[in-house]
Design a binder for this molecule. Structure first.
Ligand SMILES: Cc1cc2nc3c(=O)[nH]c(=O)nc-3n(C[C@H](O)[C@H](O)[C@H](O)COP(=O)(O)OP(=O)(O)OC[C@H]3O[C@@H](n4cnc5c(N)ncnc54)[C@H](O)[C@@H]3O)c2cc1C
Length: 399
């Protein structure tokens, strides 16, 4: 273990509280010059003094200058040569995470094929594997009525009922009230907290922060029923010929436009009885269109998806029988995804890990006692891994 010198700084009451904080998230706020960085630096150093492995603790700073200042401050507390010392910017942390997967580069096929084949080594992480998990869950629920559970689908919750900052149940769209001391919501955090609970029931700063959660749906779906002669290999393929192509496809979304040359993820089923489905994940189609409305823009997505795919599979166009397109607006109105965001909140650096859905609220709790968030918009999400639900249940089980 490294040898430390004694801390040279004197800490006031608030800083001492930071140093002695136990498990769980802690939000430290303060204006410039109030000593929060010194306190965080000291806390970091003390965790390592107490035996934490340096590579399991990260001091993450917002900019390179802040990182360099924190590193310089740490030099009088920790040896600069400490292996695994993680004083990094957000980008530096992301880079380290990516490097953990080094040696597993994505497989990119040659230009002649114009496709990159999406491989999966973990069945549980494929949509097919995840859907199997969901079907198994449904079967388990159906098979165990003795547990007293009841599963209601197609039932909208209109309100989460709150008394004196405590959840007491839900009111359904038809007016029926169901009492409960604990309410879990897998709807996205913004919808849950602002629409179903209501800002009036929340501390003003929390309601304001919730309003600022960044959502940005930019995906549309095009489901194509074919006669089976689509000419596409089975499985999942992506149309992403070059990095520049991807960059241009995303550029369009930045300017509120539908990509003219879209990045497509295409899953096709094997022909069966003169019938096969081709499911196209179309990127990018931003929820917030600048020059038109989604009332008629679905047709553009559909056309561009078909035209693009037909360039690679000449038989595709003539194989089409029926097409159904789902726009980001449909995802909001039909599936309850605010702004059509698949992940219930963008997976960006300031909305992941301990900042998902909000800094200091990654523990699945909310300011409303008994109300827990367990969906994709909280830590563990997005995706269909089930991690956020498992973690939310664990946070209750562990008190
Ligand atoms: C087109 C598409 C493709 C995707 N592809 C992948 C993929 O390949 N791999 C992957 O891991 N993830 C993928 N995702 C993301 C994945 O589907 C989500 O991360 C996952 O479904 C989130 O699960 P969830 O239970 O948290 O939320 P959801 O599945 O969104 O479930 C939330 C539920 O809450 C319901 N709800 C909302 N408001 C209310 C209300 N007021 N009352 C009652 N119910 C309400 C909604 O209708 C919805 O059923 C994709 C998503 C989409 C839309």
């Amino acid at each position: 273990m490294p040898t430390m010198t004694a801390p040279s700084l004197a800490f006031d009451g608030a800083q001492t509280a930071v140093l002695s904080h136990g498990d769980g998230a802690l939000l430290v706020t303060g204006a410039a010059g109030t000593g929060k960085t010194s306190a965080l630096r000291e806390r970091f150093a003390r965790l390592i003094d107490e035996g934490a492995e340096p590579e399991r603790v990260a001091l993450v700073l917002g900019s390179r200058s802040a990182r360099d200042a924190a590193r310089a401050l740490l030099l009088d507390r920790l040896p600069a040569s400490l292996p695994g010392l993680q004083v990094v910017t957000f980008h530096g942390l992301a880079h380290r995470v990516l490097k953990l997967r080094e040696g597993e580069p994505p497989e990119v096929l040659g230009a002649a094929e114009q496709f990159a084949k999406v491989r999966s080594t973990d069945h549980a992480n494929t949509p097919e594997g995840q859907m199997t998990m969901l079907r198994e869950l449904q079967l388990a629920l159906d098979a165990k009525p003795s547990r007293g559970g009841e599963l209601r689908t197609s039932t909208a919750v209109e309100r989460i009922l709150v008394d004196a900052q405590r959840a007491r149940g839900v009111r359904l769209a038809g007016g029926e009230e169901i009492g409960a001391g604990i309410v879990f919501s897998a709807a996205d955090p913004r919808h849950t907290l602002l629409d179903l609970v209501g800002a009036a029931e929340l501390p003003p700063e929390f309601a304001w922060a919730t309003q600022s959660i960044k959502l940005r749906g930019s995906v549309a779906k095009v489901h194509v029923e074919t006669d089976g002669q689509h000419g596409l290999p089975g499985g999942t393929l992506v149309v992403a010929p070059t990095i520049r192509y991807l960059e241009r496809a995303y550029d369009a979304a930045k300017y509120g436009q539908i990509s003219a040359a879209p990045y497509l993820e295409v899953t096709s089923s094997a022909p069966r009885g003169g019938h096969a489905i081709v499911s196209i994940h179309f990127q990018f189609a931003p929820y917030a269109l600048r020059e038109r409305s989604w009332a008629d823009a679905g047709a553009i997505v559909q056309q561009r998806a078909i035209d693009t795919l037909a360039q690679y599979a000449p038989g595709f166009r003539s194989s089409i029988r029926r097409v159904h397109t789902i726009t980001p607006h449909d995802m909001q109105s039909t599936y309850g995804l605010s702004e059509g965001d698949l992940n219930h909140g963008q997976l960006i650096l300031d909305q992941i890990f301990f900042m998902r859905p909000l800094p200091a609220w990654s523990n699945h709790r909310t300011p409303v006692d008994g109300l827990y968030l367990c969906g994709s918009g909280v830590h563990g999400g997005g995706g269909i891994s089930g991690a956020s639900g498992r973690n939310a249940a664990a946070s209750i089980a562990n008190g």
